[in-house]
Ligand binder design. Structure first.
Ligand code: HEC
Length: 102
């Protein structure tokens, strides 16, 4: 019963929410760097999620990127051939790497 009262209070509360003026929705842009290997990213990674997932990680080591690719293959069953996994890792390290191998 308490839950129902609480829920109806919450629901009613939103009826009184008012906004004055225009709302500006933030536009977040991110740059996709083109280059050798991007084809492989497009073919193997972007079928499941956006590029944002990838670059939100920030600059990372080569090992980090390789492990992410492996995680996609092992945990999420991404059908990525080893050849492409290597190309994607190289691409990510080149454009979104931190200069460290490990
Ligand atoms: C079969 C689907 C699938 C494919 C293909 C795929 N991913 Fe993912 N990826 C996921 C899922 C599911 C998540 C986790 C989403 C969540 O946690 O909300 C994820 C999350 C991520 C993350 C966020 C960090 C993390 O560890 O969760 C990164 C980085 C990432 N993927 C990189 C890649 C890269 C690089 C490729 C291509 C080599 C790729 N993904 C291909 C399904 C996929």
């Amino acid at each position: 019963m308490k839950k129902i009262v609480l829920l109806s209070l919450l629901a009613a509360g939103s009826l009184f929410a008012q906004v004055k003026g225009d709302i500006e929705v933030p536009y977040i842009s991110y740059e996709i760097k083109m280059g050798k290997g991007f084809d492989a990213v497009q073919a193997n990674c972007l079928m499941c999620h956006s590029f944002g997932y990838i670059i939100n990680q920030g600059p990372q080591s080569k090992e980090f990127w390789r492990k992410k690719v492996d995680k996609m293959i092992v945990h999420f069953k991404a059908p990525i051939p080893e050849e492409d996994a290597k190309i994607v890792t190289e691409y990510l390290y080149k454009h979104y790497g931190n200069g460290k191998l490990k």
